[in-house]
Design a protein around this ligand. Structure first.
Ligand code: NAD
Length: 473
């Protein structure tokens, strides 16, 4: 399905905000400040193309809320990106950070290019020039504004951004904290690449462990054997599919740009990607059925549907045909307000983007902390904690007269490598934020769904932060 219009994302975010604001326990003047976009930097810059001609590139960086600094949010490379879309995405970042208690304001960047039509050298030129423009206006820096990957960008672009910022700020000790989502060899953090997908898995696992909600949906408690369909096998969709499958779910459908495949017996995302690499398409995967329309996958039989590609994918046009019991929003803004109304009317549980895909920004926060601390998580305490655990086990053996097996000993040793610490911090964040949403939803029977609950939590947290700043004496 084609994107239904770039400006709809901002309108959707505002719609959800206004619906939640009526329940928020802060004053209307504070609500207005929470909603306001603080700064928009719109600029154009020249880039020399391979044929020697100059191309003018349009770009944005929007800082939605300065209630906490730095602000944070990804950079999107897309030919369709525009100012309203970046504003909507920046606002969403503010609310997302608040929902998972990540102490940043929200921001977003956009560069109006199609990365698939540029070669690596041109992409590097665009990325470095975009960064230099941000530096000129103080729109990037470890304490000001910290970008990250989004649609069309990844570790490689983040690495170029960090390098450009460091070159323009010689001697800056914290230069590498100016951007997150970097490769681990360039001061990134283990677990960031997988973080958004892993966070989606923690979110849906927690949702599926609520007996009352599962009873209402007619589903068994737990993730085991739940049938999953994912739209978009990129960073977010691939990892969400992988962790859900490894967590006991069955991946029955995958949709990509070129089409969709379905197999009730289950698919393996790595095998599908290998098939795509070999043949250029996910279609005709052995044992699976091709779906005629790519977006037919959204409407196929499943328990959990994960839109993880683009915004505005579930609309009033296709929502009536969606058969999933749970919609887990991996992408930002995949459901229009009209589409959502239909899903809710059908009793579908929607786990909203501003909570569900917050794993990326959560681990970005850990990466930023690591960069500022200049030390890997676990490095100082690992050996000491393990020695102390060994002494404890020995004491238990002496007191009980038993001897632990090597396996038991290994299981009882604290694991303090960086990835384990990062993943456990992410798990804690996603689980406690889910319970915060449930608690808010329960406080008033008129609060219709988890998205409204998430917006209420965000509006109240950001509003109180503004109050504490003394902006409203
Ligand atoms: P990505 O570029 O890695 O992957 C997107 C995938 O979607 C690609 O494989 C692309 O081919 C596919 N796709 C595009 N159009 C499609 C269509 N019509 N049907 C099916 N598949 C299609 O991007 P990503 O980082 O995975 O981001 C995906 C979404 O998740 C975006 O909305 C982004 O804003 C959001 N998000 C990303 C992160 C992150 O950490 N990367 C964090 C939060 C939210």
């Amino acid at each position: 399905m084609a994107k239904t219009g770039p400006n709809e994302l901002l309108a959707s975010v505002d719609h959800y905000f206004d619906r939640a604001a009526q329940f928020a326990r802060i004053t209307p003047d504070l609500v207005a400040q929470v909603k306001a976009v603080n700064s928009v930097y719109r600029f154009q810059f020249p880039v020399r193309q391979r044929d020697g001609r100059i191309r003018v590139v349009s770009a944005w960086r929007v800082q939605h809320s300065h209630h906490r600094l730095p602000v944070k949010g990804g950079i999107r490379y897309s030919p369709d990106v525009n100012e309203d879309e970046v504003m909507g995405l920046a606002a969403l970042m503010t609310y997302k950070c608040a929902v998972v208690d990540v102490p940043f304001g929200g921001a977003k960047g956009g560069v109006q290019i199609d990365p698939h039509t540029l070669d690596v050298e041109q992409l590097e030129r665009v990325t470095r020039r975009y960064t230099a423009e941000l530096v000129k206006k103080n729109f990037i820096g470890p304490g000001v504004d910290v970008p990250a990957p989004d649609y069309g960008t990844g570790e490689r672009e983040m690495s170029w951004i960090a390098d450009t910022y460091a070159a323009l700020n010689p001697g800056s000790l914290d230069a590498f904290a100016c951007v997150t989502g970097k490769p681990t060899s360039q001061n990134g953090i283990h677990g960031r690449r997988e973080a958004t997908g892993r966070g989606l898995f923690f979110a849906v696992r927690e949702a599926c462990s609520q007996p009352d909600d599962m009873k209402r949906l007619g589903l068994a408690v737990g993730l085991s054997d739940k049938r999953v369909i994912v739209q978009g096998l990129g960073n977010v969709g691939y990892h969400a599919a992988k962790f859900c499958r490894e967590g006991g779910a069955v991946l029955v459908g995958i949709a990509e740009r070129e089409g969709a495949i379905y197999s009730p017996a289950g698919l393996n995302e790595d095998e599908v990607l290998a098939h795509r690499k070999a043949t250029g398409t996910i279609l005709d995967f052995p044992g699976a059925t091709n779906l005629v329309r790519a977006n037919e996958a959204l409407e196929a039989e499943c328990d959990i549907l994960i839109p993880a590609a683009l915004e505005n994918q579930i609309t009033d046009e296709n929502a009536p045909r969606i058969r999933a019991k749970i919609v887990l929003e991996g992408a930002n803004g995949p459901t229009t307000p009209e589409g959502e109304a239909i899903l809710l009317h059908k009793g579908i549980l929607v786990i909203p983007d501003l909570y569900a895909n917050a794993g990326g920004v959560t681990v970005s926060y850990f990466e930023w902390l690591k960069n500022l601390a200049h030390i890997k998580f676990g490095r100082l305490e690992k050996r000491n904690a393990q020695a102390s655990a060994r002494r404890m086990l020995q004491a238990v053996e002496w007191a009980s007269g038993t001897t632990f097996t090597d396996r038991q000993r290994a299981d009882l040793m604290p694991e303090l490598d960086e990835e384990t610490i990062v993943n456990s911090g992410l798990e804690e964040t996603m689980i406690s934020a889910y319970h915060d949403l449930l608690a808010t939803k329960r406080r008033d029977a008129r609060i219709p769904d988890l998205r409204t609950a998430a917006f209420i939590n965000a509006i109240e947290k950001v509003g109180r932060a503004y109050l504490d700043l003394g902006v409203f004496p």
